[in-house]
Design a protein around this ligand. Structure first.
Ligand code: ADP
Length: 227
């Protein structure tokens, strides 16, 4: 199948539409992310990156336009189907790790699999494998507070990949880290993405990181243009 993993067509989004405080963020954004492709979404803060990622990840709905994931047009699916796709096909990584503080690294990575019906032993084995692949095999029983910022973020990557999504959406995934740590942690993310062959849309304003992806798009005037 040559269907793109993510297709955004004519996405429009405004906050507080029709009111004096209306903010028009997206004015017809188009984007296709092919299977196995990693695309950088480059834009200054406030341009609408989070809004676009939330719409792409089915956490928000556009005012107009279509989102298709692996060929399924979302506006034609039931709420139940959209929830399943969001849980099984899409992984999210944010600037802040959002790990659950009372759970260990391996438990944090196991939880999405357990929520999706995986048996405990299977979820734990996959979580351990993922942690090992980002160099954290010996940190599995640490709680987030006992991990460095870069380690916390690597655990968050593993959690995002736990259910074998087709699409990874990341919002400034290394934005909270110092430049040297950001560089290695981004390397770990890219290695994991390449190993699993999934597609990714990664927002960043770091042009060095953007240069390490397959393609770059810039958000301009509410649309997306090649960079
Ligand atoms: P970015 O992720 O690029 O920093 P956002 O998508 O968060 O940008 O926001 C884009 C614009 O929309 C900003 O001007 C922001 O203030 C505005 N905005 C975001 N969320 C809301 C909201 N819930 N209500 C009103 N305005 C919002």
């Amino acid at each position: 199948m040559n269907e793109p993993v993510l297709r955004l067509s004519g996405i429009r989004k405004a906050y507080n539409p029709g009111k004096p405080n209306e903010v028009v963020v997206l004015r017809g954004a188009d984007l296709e992310v092919a299977r196995g492709e990693v695309v950088a979404l480059v834009a200054p803060s406030g341009a609408g990156k989070s809004t676009l990622l939330h719409i792409a990840g089915l956490l928000d709905t556009p005012d107009a336009g279509e989102v298709a994931i692996a060929g399924e047009v979302m506006s034609r699916q039931s709420d139940r189907r959209r929830t399943i796709i969001r849980r099984q096909e899409v992984g999210f990584v944010y600037q802040f790790h959002h790990l659950l503080p009372e759970f260990t690294a391996i438990e944090n990575v196991s939880l999405p699999q357990r929520a999706d019906g995986a048996a405990r032993a299977e979820a734990t084995a996959r979580a351990q494998g993922l942690l090992e692949s980002v160099g954290l095999g010996d940190r599995a029983s640490h709680r987030p507070a006992a991990l460095s910022g870069g380690e916390q973020q690597r655990v968050a990557f593993c959690r995002a990949m736990a259910n074998r999504p087709k699409l990874l959406l990341a919002d400034e995934p290394t934005g909270n880290l110092d430049p040297a740590t950001s560089d290695t942690v981004f390397g770990a993310l890219m290695a994991l993405v390449r190993e699993t062959g999934l597609s990714a849309l990664i927002a960043t304003h770091n042009l060095d990181l953007a240069a390490r992806m397959d393609r770059r798009v810039e958000m301009r005037d509410g649309g997306l243009v090649p960079l």
